[in-house]
Design a protein around this ligand. Structure first.
Ligand code: FES
Length: 624
């Protein structure tokens, strides 16, 4: 579906409720664009391409263009009569007052950061070296830089060979009147002089995710995590998934710069709040490690991403990168560096390298599948010390996208459901009234509908259950009804079941391909490790029930949360781990699935839901 063509008019005022923020429409702008300029939050999972249903609004007063054909399909007659529309499909035709639906307004709460700490023997890239630098004299009129370097090397043999240009600019002042200096040295280069004494030597580890950004402030000298924080990636206004983000990046010449600025806003914002919490300044940060999927990595560094959107989906750069923080645009010590962990392939990024770094070394001798489920799911197989990796296109269903009532993990999102003899019991985030369904809820609802016989093994929703009704297009299961505002009713539709089938078949096929390549059967797996935010919350019983995961005993599954941030921390604190990350990325054999007939065959075999007895292995409700 392509965006609608804007009529050439402008100057209409839009007042967005509930906060009464006002914006004036520009030529060619949709209501969604107009809201973005005014800083009004409207969820836009597909980035405004008319492919999802996240940007629902109601025109309370004033006029907009007649509903688009897709919106006529999407909304019921009553909803259209009540002026419900999708913001990205709607143009102002006069001054308007617009209600943003609660689902579109909801702020995500599960910006998950690794809460558990991991300790590693500190061996950081940056060290502090102290030395007394003699004053110059007529007998020894050596310049400041040479006196500093030789004084440091006298105390720390071979420690220093050069210095950052910013240090050279401030050196003479720093050496006077006192001749004692403390230098922050990174691989022979002085990157700062006289950092505050007594303070930690702070480093920053960042997992720059498509949806969320997780960051840790770490003391490089002790390896201790000082602070942690998570926030929504501000690029989300341009789509919730990586494909939308790439699509936006290639939509106009200025778009990559805009996305880069938003990524920097996230990283610098996270650094600022971590430093504030610890009573220090971002300019004291001595070293930075950032991981992210290949698209996030490239956008942050200003590398091209258009090739990521075309077959064969190759990265511009895979090897690890060391760049000056100031050149990237991140606040830190004057000469500090950002180390970007290596990518494995176009859709197996540095975040997956970091996950492998966090878990692989202690499992080298085991047979392990490692998954990070998202719009693209990265899967690796570790077997007899060998690593193979692939990425499968699993779509946004497990992130609440492209599901009729899908939403981010925010208060009011249904995160689990149980069908009982009396009806259905819902659990929502923060026990708030049901607004929509987040990814873990999507998985759970599909499994419950299947296990209760509301959906058959082919995925067809059967009539007969009191909560099943015929919707605008197909059958739908009513989870929560809002009689006053029908658009607030939460349903799970036949199309949603199909979206789940496509997603789970893609992921399971990826597992199958890796096992086939290694000549293994599923039961030979010692462990299945599920990383990432969605993986942290998914219900294992439900995942096995629908065939997303193989039917193994529960003690062979592990849900490890944000292991990418842990991997970033390991690489920050320990140079040997940094080198190991590069070795992991290089030795991981990448399996390309684009155009693979084997993948298509495995995918078709995995579409149906498995026989119900497969759920016997895992008790219902098994959850971390
Ligand atoms: S349909 Fe409007 S943002 Fe996706």
């Amino acid at each position: 579906m392509t965006p609608r063509i804007a009529p050439p008019r402008t100057g209409h005022r839009a007042t967005f409720m509930p906060d009464a923020q006002v914006a004036v429409g520009l030529p060619g702008e949709t209501v969604l664009d107009c809201a973005r300029r005014a800083g009004v939050r409207i969820a836009s999972v597909c980035g405004g391409r008319g492919l999802c249903r996240s940007c629902v609004i109601r025109v309370m007063e004033g006029s907009v263009d007649p509903p688009s054909a897709p919106d006529r399909e999407f909304f019921s007659e009553r909803e259209l009569a009540e002026n419900w529309r999708r913001a990205c499909q709607t143009f102002l035709a006069g001054d308007c007052r617009i209600e943003v639906s609660m689902r579109a307004l909801a702020l995500p709460t599960r910006t998950h950061v690794a809460s558990e700490d991991v300790w590693v023997r500190p061996d950081p890239a940056v060290r502090l070296c102290r030395a007394d630098v003699p004053a110059p004299s007529r007998l020894s009129p050596l310049p400041d830089d040479r006196r500093l370097v030789s004084a440091l090397n006298a105390c720390w043999p071979g420690a220093v060979s050069r210095m950052d240009i910013e240090i050279q600019r401030t050196l003479s002042k720093a050496l006077r009147p006192s001749g004692t200096v403390v230098a922050a040295v990174r691989f022979g280069e002085i990157i700062a002089l006289n950092p505050p004494s007594g303070a930690p030597l702070p480093g920053l580890a960042v997992d720059l995710g498509t949806s969320n950004v997780g960051a840790l402030l770490v003391d490089l000298r002790t390896g201790r995590t000082l602070e942690r924080c998570g926030l929504e990636n501000p690029q989300s206004v341009h789509g919730g998934d990586v494909i939308s983000r790439i699509g936006y990046a290639i939509s106009s010449p200025g778009a990559p710069g805009e996305l880069r600025a938003l990524a920097l806003k996230a990283v610098n914002g996270a650094a600022r709040s971590l430093c504030e919490a610890h009573g220090i300044y971002p300019e004291q940060i001595a070293d930075i490690v950032i991981v992210g999927n290949t698209a996030m990595h490239h956008l942050l560094l200003g590398l091209p991403v258009s090739q990521l959107g075309r077959v064969p989906f190759v990265a511009a750069v895979c090897d690890a990168i060391d760049a000056k923080a100031r050149d990237v645009g991140i606040k830190a010590m004057p000469g500090a560096y950002v180390h970007m962990l290596p990518n494995i392939a176009g859709f197996v990024g540095a975040d997956h390298t970091a996950v492998l770094l966090a878990i692989a070394s202690e499992r080298e001798s085991r047979t392990v599948i490692i998954l990070d489920i998202g719009t693209n799911t990265e899967i690796s197989l570790l077997h007899e010390g060998r690593l193979s990796s692939l990425s499968c296109p699993s779509g946004p269903a497990f992130e609440g996208g492209h599901v009729r009532c899908g939403m981010r993990s925010a208060p009011g999102a249904i995160e689990s459901m149980e069908i009982t003899a009396d009806g259905a019991t819902l659990r929502t985030i923060d026990d708030a009234p049901a607004l929509g369904i987040c990814g873990s809820g999507v998985l759970d609802i599909a499994a419950q509908l299947y296990l209760a016989g509301v959906v058959d093994a082919s995925g067809r929703m059967l009539e007969g259950h009191p909560r099943v009704r015929i919707g605008k297009r197909h059958s739908e299961f009513v989870l929560s009804e809002n009689r006053e505002k029908p658009a607030g009713t939460v349903v799970f539709t036949q199309d949603d079941v199909r979206a789940v089938q496509l997603a789970k078949a893609s992921i399971r096929s990826g597992i199958t391909i890796l096992l086939e390549d290694a000549g293994l059967r599923e039961e030979q797996l010692d462990q299945v490790i599920i990383a990432g935010a969605f993986g942290n919350y998914l219900n294992l019983a439900s995942a096995v029930a629908i065939g997303l995961l193989p039917p193994l005993p529960i003690d062979r599954f592990a849900q490890i949360g944000n292991a990418a941030a842990i991997g970033a921390k390991l690489a920050l604190v320990s140079c040997p781990h940094r080198a190991e990350a590069q070795a992991i990325a290089r030795r991981s054999r990448y399996v390309e699935l684009a155009g693979s007939t084997r993948f298509k065959r495995a995918f078709m075999n995995a579409i149906r839901f498995p026989a119900r007895e497969h759920t016997r292995e895992i008790p219902a409700g098994a959850h971390p």
